[in-house]
Unconditional design. Sequence first.
Length: 269
Amino acid sequence: MYSFARKPIWLAGHALAGSLLVIFVVAGYWQLSRHNEVRDRNAAVAERQDMQAVEVDRFFEAVTDTERIDQLEYRSVTLPVERFDWHDSVLIRNRSFNGLAGCHLAVPAAVTSAGSAEPRGVLIVAGWLHQAACEQEPDGLGRDLRPELDSERQIGGRIRRSQERGLLGPSDPAQGRLDSLARTDVTRIDQQTTLDLVPVYVELTSTATLGATSETATLRLLPPPELDAGPHLGYTFQWFSFAAVAIVGYTLVLRHQARKGESEQIADD
């Protein structure tokens, strides 16, 4: 009854159907893993946002250990700033805020601590700027905004891991001095600063700097991370549905072809 299924053209069809089924299942499990990652990340963010701010000395101790950095990400920290190095500021391009295009202003800062005689370097993402301001040189923006931000001697912020390029996405030149980057890559920025930056950055959250303005720019503090679960669970059901449709559909095709062949054989008899 199903002898036709051993013909070359049908064997090719089996291989194609099987390949699609594997792709659908793998894609479904990948989306499920992404959903679990987002869920775990949201739980960690929610827990750490409510924790007490990290002391500056503990902050500098922790950033030397990769595992401890993972535990500190999204925690708040208070840093005593000696100075901002505006001449080494960098713009992080293609960053949106409330649906508007713009960039982030990242400024290296010299931070003092009781455990070190010399100040330590920390990259501070001071906030978001509208795209019109992002067309300017970052050093010029720094001069405009400097009176507002330099008045801060104790800044509060959110600890974040340095960003790295994945398999896809824009890349920045590995050498030379850059005024803007595609991501907040502390290691790359450290190459062109006079300060020795720790391997994390801090998003400014101090309310005193909210709405810092100059004649040409308005600096907006970055909002806390969204705790949205995202579309991954829906995509999981979608891919598994495709797999179920493929199994049922191909089974029905085989069954229909078998019955058709059986009917033709009866007619010939």
